[in-house]
Design a protein around this ligand. Structure first.
Ligand code: MG
Length: 410
């Protein structure tokens, strides 16, 4: 018998005894009814307290982590163009980590410019022997092992960011599911502080860009425009003609002259632009430092920062950093980078690649409190196998569901 049913039964017996004592069989005295009500209220509060008691998770003896994966082609809703390339799909690899009947989902997304492929991700995953671990809560230790299977590159970063991120995301999802809590709660974050996400208006003719801007009117609070072309201001004016929302711009290393870049940034600021991402090539660190010192808008690093090694190197040259799980290798490293950037007085932005709701929901878990969020990757694909983080009036909506908060679409 459940405790609550037992207590209810006990209350009924107590009330019955009171009735018999008073000699009025068939109906209850006022005192007996009150005793019953008090007893039920007590039972309710005991049941509520029971429900709130922390329950230690106990795995089945001998449970081990298991890893599996599957390549997946993400279909884009619209052709995606950035400075230098355009595409209609992006390859991905979906990862699952099983443990004790629970499954954590992860994802590696490989935009072509980072040099990762489905083959390189699968080769990395094939090296991993997660079956050696019997406690999925030892995230630090498991990820240290995963990182030890990567190669330290000449720039100090670790190789195989997307593959490591996929494992890290799946482990975090599993971690939250075993605890029965969403990750944002495990991290101690307030979902009400989740930021607005920018929505990217892809490069196109001014007419099409104005049209695309009108299409998303009312759904977003910040717009992002890819610049780095000779007609940047024309594109911004086209978006501006259709919306008065704040705009952020990403030059994707497209500007080459620092004085021209500074002039353009002033012109962008006049048009309501709020920040500039990766204005010049990543290796031009002195020029970027010169620009950051003089720019009326904050300058954020994106391509210049893959992992922590880059972040240490560029501090002081940029005002902020765009952290992405696929670059740095997952949530554990992203949270370390977030703390480091804050400690160095830098602003923090969270970005994503073209990804399903799996990886985007993972990044969203650590989004409360960041300065900018660009987590629209899942909105750009037409074959998302997951439902996860939402967007309401442009703001990220974190779900109160365990782990990443995912459902598999039927
Ligand atoms: Mg960028």
């Amino acid at each position: 018998m459940k405790r609550r049913e037992f207590l209810k039964g006990a209350a009924a017996v107590a009330a019955g005894a009171a009735v018999t004592a008073c000699g009025f069989k068939g109906f209850k005295s006022e005192e007996a009814a009150k005793a019953e009500a008090d007893s039920l209220a007590r039972a309710d509060s005991i049941a509520a307290a029971e429900a709130r008691k922390p329950r230690a998770y106990q795995s089945l003896p001998g449970s081990r982590l298991s890893l599996s994966w599957e390549p997946y082609e993400l279909q884009l809703r619209h052709t995606f163009s950035v400075s230098g390339s355009s595409r209609n799909s992006t390859p991905g690899v979906q990862v699952r980590i099983g443990y004790d009947g629970f499954v954590g989902y992860g994802e590696a997304s490989m935009p072509p410019y980072l040099g990762h492929t489905v083959a390189s991700v699968q080769a990395f995953l094939s090296k991993l022997r997660l079956g050696r671990f019997g406690d999925p809560f030892q995230l630090e230790e498991i990820m240290a092992y995963v990182d030890s299977c990567a190669v330290r590159l000449s720039d100090g970063n670790l190789s195989d960011g997307p593959a490591r991120a996929a494992v890290d995301i799946a482990l975090h999802d599993l971690f939250g599911k075993l605890l029965g809590q969403p990750l944002w709660r495990v991290f101690g974050l307030n979902p009400a502080k989740a930021p607005a996400t920018s929505f990217t208006i892809g490069m196109d003719t001014p007419e099409v860009m104005a049209e695309k801007t009108r299409e998303v009117a009312g759904r977003f609070k910040v717009l992002k425009v890819k610049v780095g072309q000779p007609n940047d201001l024309e594109m911004i004016d086209a978006v501006r003609s259709a919306s008065s929302l704040p705009i952020v711009v990403d030059a994707n290393q497209g500007w080459t002259d620092r004085i021209a870049a500074l002039n353009e940034i002033y012109a962008l600021a006049d048009r309501g632009v709020k920040m500039v991402e990766q204005p010049m090539p990543r290796e031009r660190i002195d020029d970027i430092a010169w620009l950051s010192e003089r720019s009326p808008l904050p300058i954020f690093a994106d391509e210049a920062v893959q992992g922590m090694a880059d972040l240490r190197r560029i501090k002081g040259a940029y005002n902020g950093v765009n952290i992405k799980l696929m670059k740095c290798g997952g949530l554990l490293e992203a949270r370390r980078m977030q703390s480091y950037a804050r400690a160095e007085g830098m602003k923090v932005m969270l970005g994503c690649m073209t990804e399903t709701s799996c990886a985007v929901s993972a990044a969203a878990q650590i989004s409360p409190g960041v300065d900018f969020a660009d987590l629209d990757g899942n909105l750009l694909i037409s074959n998302d196998p997951f439902e996860g983080v939402g967007v309401s009036e442009g703001k990220i909506v974190l779900r109160n569901l365990p782990g990443l908060g995912l459902n598999i679409r039927k």
